[in-house]
Design a protein around this ligand. Structure first.
Ligand code: RB5
Length: 149
């Protein structure tokens, strides 16, 4: 991805400061960041935030997304309901690199209550610095897309 890539960032209430730190980190890497919140430190519902971020990626308005909730799981499940979205939860840098290189993931989900800030930023770096390899992996990603109908 180039620095022209627009990256949408969203979360539920689990760790708004972590999301804001990640957004600033991504911006510092030279990407354009669209942070759709929330900003209020009150309980909210992760499905709507996952869906909103996913719709932005699916429409092409943003090319990649980084989303967070407590475990990363619920918001990932919501995002993956949107056609064209391939989102994985990562708690390690190897998986974050591989979901780009092999699965052409267009969204990364993080568990804000699972990992610390330092690891979260390294996972984001691994995801953004990797490129899809295509080839036989493209065939398999096409098979995922075919399941969507
Ligand atoms: C909210 O308490 C929590 O359930 C949410 O952040 C997430 O972990 C759901 O998957």
């Amino acid at each position: 991805m180039t620095s022209k890539t627009r990256i949408i960032v969203s979360s539920d209430h689990a760790d708004i400061p972590m999301r804001q730190t990640i957004a600033a980190h991504i911006e510092a890497k030279g990407y354009e960041v669209v942070d759709i919140g929330p900003t209020l430190n009150e309980s909210t519902h992760y499905p709507k935030h996952g869906e909103a971020a996913a719709l932005s990626v699916a429409s092409g308005d943003c090319q990649l997304g980084v989303i967070l909730c407590g475990t990363g799981q619920g918001i990932m499940m919501a995002a993956n309901k949107v056609k064209g979205i391939r989102c994985g939860v990562c708690s390690d840098t190897f998986s974050a690199r591989m979901i780009r290189e092999h699965n052409d993931a267009n969204m990364l989900s993080l568990g804000a209550r699972v990992i610390g800030m330092g690891l979260a930023l390294e996972i984001v770096d691994a995801f953004l610095d990797a490129e899809f390899e295509g080839g036989r992996h493209g065939t398999r990603v096409d098979m995922i897309t075919a399941i969507e109908g």
